[in-house]
Write a protein that binds this ligand. Structure first.
Ligand SMILES: NC(=O)c1ccc[n+]([C@@H]2O[C@H](COP(=O)([O-])OP(=O)(O)OC[C@H]3O[C@@H](n4cnc5c(N)ncnc54)[C@H](OP(=O)(O)O)[C@@H]3O)[C@@H](O)[C@H]2O)c1
Length: 272
């Protein structure tokens, strides 16, 4: 895959198929990781209000001298923000912190505050509709070029679809060889909601499973490359996180095809 290969969102906006994830990067680590990633050829960076590194990501982007229109930057409204006015101000604060004029994509980070995710019966239906309204407002104001959700189940999406003016364009969910939520992926694809796969290497846990090590050897790639290509071949956007330039380069080298038989094995793979 080329770093700048794209999918197209429902509103026509191109989105690079591979992004650098920045969860758990401190600001200084994020700044240098994003700087390296942009030099290496990444054009899509995934951050969030909750990662507390939007400022560093924005700094690295502005220092790169890459024309803004050639980059795709995603952030997320914190999971605990569940009102229209707070959501709207938080978008302005994200822009201010990062020094950017707009984000390419802004997501609701989670349908429930993290303290209640995923087991609480409260799906925050009314509240998510309000946050969504704030995203639609920001979209119309040109503060964000596309809007979407993350960690949303079918029921959470249906709740938005019942009232929204603009349907969600993206659902960013956990997809990797240890967890392939086929029904949710299929549902989103039917609704023209592009699925982004977060934690594509299972947060690093996938690296040592013997079956994956063996399969990676067969293709002459690393386990990380196998895992990333797995979600790409499912038709999803991949968001691998690394702080190492060598890994960043390797994670873009996906010029191999996982055979259908092996895709089936990976889809049904369980770590235990
Ligand atoms: N929306 C959400 O709720 C949500 C939740 C989780 C994640 N995300 C997004 O998804 C991104 C990725 O998920 P993640 O951070 O959980 O982890 P991940 O990408 O699944 O795995 C990251 C781990 O894999 C290692 N790694 C990466 N490339 C490698 C390579 N080529 N060889 C060997 N090791 C390699 C990294 O090591 P080093 O760091 O040491 O290089 C790190 O330990 C996040 O950063 C975030 O942007 C979103």
């Amino acid at each position: 895959m080329q770093a700048n290969e794209t999918f197209t969102l429902a509103n026509g906006l191109p989105i690079p198929r591979l992004a650098l994830g920045t969860w758990l990067m401190t600001p200084s680590v994020a700044e240098s990781a994003v700087e390296n990633a942009l030099q290496i050829g990444y054009r899509h960076i995934d951050t969030a209000q909750a990662y507390e590194n939007e400022q560093a990501v924005g700094l690295a982007v502005r220092n790169s001298n890459i024309p803004r229109e050639n980059l795709f930057l995603t952030s997320k409204i914190a999971a605990e923000i569940k009102s229209y006015s707070q959501a709207l101000s938080s978008i302005d604060e994200s822009l201010q912190r990062s020094g950017l004029e707009y984000f390419d994509l802004m997501l609701i980070h989670c349908p429930q505050p993290w303290a209640e995710y995923p087991d609480s019966p409260n799906r925050y239906c009314k509240e998510n509709q309000q946050v969504w309204k704030a995203l639609e407002n920001a979209f119309h104001a040109g503060k964000v070029k596309a809007i979407g959700v993350s960690n949303f189940l079918e029921t959470d999406i249906e709740n938005l679809l019942s009232v929204c003016e603009i349907p969600p364009m993206v659902n960013q969910i956990r997809v990797n060889v240890t967890h392939t939520p086929k029904a949710l992926i299929h549902y989103c694809q039917q609704k023209q909601i592009l699925v982004e796969a977060y934690s594509p290497i299972a947060h690093g846990d996938a690296l040592h499973f013997p079956l994956l090590v063996q399969m990676a050897e067969k293709y002459g790639v690393s386990v990380a490359q196998l895992c990333i290509n797995y979600v790409c071949q499912l038709g999803l956007i991949a968001l691998p996180k690394t702080t190492h330039p060598d890994f960043m380069r390797k994670n873009l080298q996906l010029d191999f095809t996982i055979e259908e038989e092996d895709m089936q094995i990976l889809e049904n793979f369980h770590s235990s």
